[in-house]
Design a protein around this ligand. Structure first.
Ligand code: ADP
Ligand code: G6P
Length: 463
């Protein structure tokens, strides 16, 4: 039995305040159980790329990381990954930048990662690549003669064909995906978009889960990611969780709390969320001095302009709304630009009557699942969830909203805050079952089993 080799740009690094994003949180949980190796970028920059690998043991997971050059980071991470693919994959072609150097930097860095990686892969290992930073890496590994099974999981949405074709060289990118055995998507919607592209742009053929193009075949499946449910429950019992829980209780007094927890990213719909909350305050004067929104949003990808804009805009909006509605003894929004560790997060979620999760587009959104996991089943809060988050496909018992429609979100907030206990318990019990059963271990086992059982490359000397 070979090892599991997981590859992603971001490898989980212990940070005092968490906020690494869903991929790192989930993969760390998955790898802790399976053993294996996690390969990726160290997050560090060096003058000259050497490809030398440092091995580290991070929270019980063996990691192998390489450093990148400043130009790599600029063209690959800040450039093609986060200025081009991230907005495009979240349907924001208005924000996507197409710069040829980003594309060449992206291919260069994928090649650079493949160099040390291919040497580490042994016959029988299963290789699992993650996310939009590393789409072409399977082609690079195949060029190095790697014949192992390779799966790719996309944590973000896959955009509709008519948006994807705005990417110069889109075909060149998608062609490289045929060097994988398996592709995993979070929802049926993203999978359908991928299949549509293959059929209509590439002229490929589809037979059930199998897609063929120019003599190569891959298997494309839906496999929604979950949270580390048990670990999350344990975290809620620690001293840190209890301490924050007490502090929050004291500071809330009689206030009903609404919570938002997100990386500071335009895809999370934070401006629209504050706008909706303002509508709610306007429409419901009885909420004044009775409700508070705690929005936790640590900065993310700060070198990319649109992240700076959204940060500035949110500072201004939260200040303006607080200025307009606050009283000497009440502030409607507490806007916090830092992360919290997992233990503390469980306390924040549990103290909140409403979990407000309203991304404009999101591959999955683990915060929605964490909020449900953290609730007291005897007196649970209510999840208000964007219908455009991948999580909505599995979480139909949440109050589903269109995040672009402030009146609709305001009405959902009112409904959530006034919902009778029986309905809250019914909705929560149904949601909890899904979050508990389809957790991160379920996801890993399912996806790895699919990679292992799939044989798309019979013609190639299999190892
Ligand atoms: P994304 O991967 O786009 O950031 P997700 O909701 O899927 O969105 O995952 C976010 C992960 O990062 C969750 O596990 C969440 O707990 C964590 N996280 C988000 N914001 C914070 C924060 N302010 N402090 C600590 N952890 C955070
Ligand atoms: C999302 C992406 C991940 C990424 C994370 C945090 O979850 O799908 O690939 O790691 O955001 O973003 P960052 O740029 O800080 O790695």
């Amino acid at each position: 039995m070979g090892r599991l080799i997981v590859v992603s740009n971001r490898v989980s690094m212990p940070t005092p305040d968490g906020a690494q994003g869903g991929l790192a949180v989930a993969l760390q949980a998955a790898l802790r159980e399976s053993g294996g190796l996690w390969f990726g970028w160290s997050g560090r920059e060096v003058d000259k790329f050497t490809g030398s690998v440092s091995f580290e043991e991070i929270s019980g997971v063996r990691s192998a990381v390489v450093d990148l050059e400043p130009q790599d980071v600029e063209e690959y991470y800040n450039g093609f990954a986060n200025r081009t693919l991230w907005p495009l994959f979240h349907y924001r072609i208005d924000l996507a930048k197409y710069n040829r150097s980003f594309g060449s930097g992206y291919e260069r860095v994928n090649k650079r990662f493949a160099e040390p990686l291919h040497v580490m892969i042994e016959p029988g290992d299963t290789v699992w690549i993650n996310d939009y930073h590393l789409i072409p890496i399977a082609s690079q590994l195949r060029e190095h003669g790697i014949r192992n099974k390779i799966g790719f999981f996309l944590h973000t949405p896959w955009p509709p064909t008519r948006l994807l074709v705005s990417l110069p060289y889109h075909e060149r990118l998608v062609r490289t995906m045929f060097d994988y055995d398996v592709l995993g998507f979070q929802t049926a919607e993203w999978l359908e978009s991928f299949l549509h592209y293959c059929q209509n742009e590439l002229g490929g053929t589809i037979d059930g889960e199998y897609v063929s193009f120019e003599g190569k075949t891959l298997r494309a499946v839906v496999c929604p990611i979950g949270i580390d449910f048990e670990n999350f429950l344990q975290a809620s019992k620690t001293d840190a969780a209890q301490a924050l829980s007490e502090r929050v209780k004291v500071s809330l007094r009689q206030l009903s709390m609404i919570v938002g927890v997100d990386r500071l990213d335009y895809s999370k719909g934070l401006e629209e969320r504050l706008n909706s909350y303002e509508h709610y305050l306007q429409k419901h004067p009885e909420s004044h001095r009775a409700v508070v929104l705690i929005q936790v949003a640590p900065p993310s990808r700060g070198e990319v302009e649109h992240y700076q804009h959204v940060r500035d805009h949110l500072n201004a909006m939260s200040g303006r709304i607080n200025g307009a509605f606050a009283e000497v003894d009440w502030t409607p929004i507490r806007y916090v630009n830092r992360g919290y560790n997992r233990d503390e997060l469980t306390a924040l979620y549990r103290a909140a009557r409403v979990g407000l999760v309203t991304p404009l587009r999101d591959g999955m959104n683990l915060v929605a699942k964490e909020y449900v996991a953290a609730q007291d089943p005897d007196d649970p809060g209510v999840l208000v969830l964007s219908r455009f988050a991948g999580a909505a496909a599995q979480m139909q018992e949440a109050l589903l909203v269109n995040p672009y429609a402030p009146e609709e979100v305001a009405d959902a907030l009112h409904k959530a805050l006034t919902m009778p206990l029986t309905e809250r318990k019914q909705r929560h019990a149904a949601l909890l079952e899904g979050v508990k059963n389809e957790d991160v271990h379920w996801w890993r086992e399912k996806f790895v089993r699919i990679i292992e059982e799939t044989d798309c490359r019979q013609g190639v000397a299999a190892q």
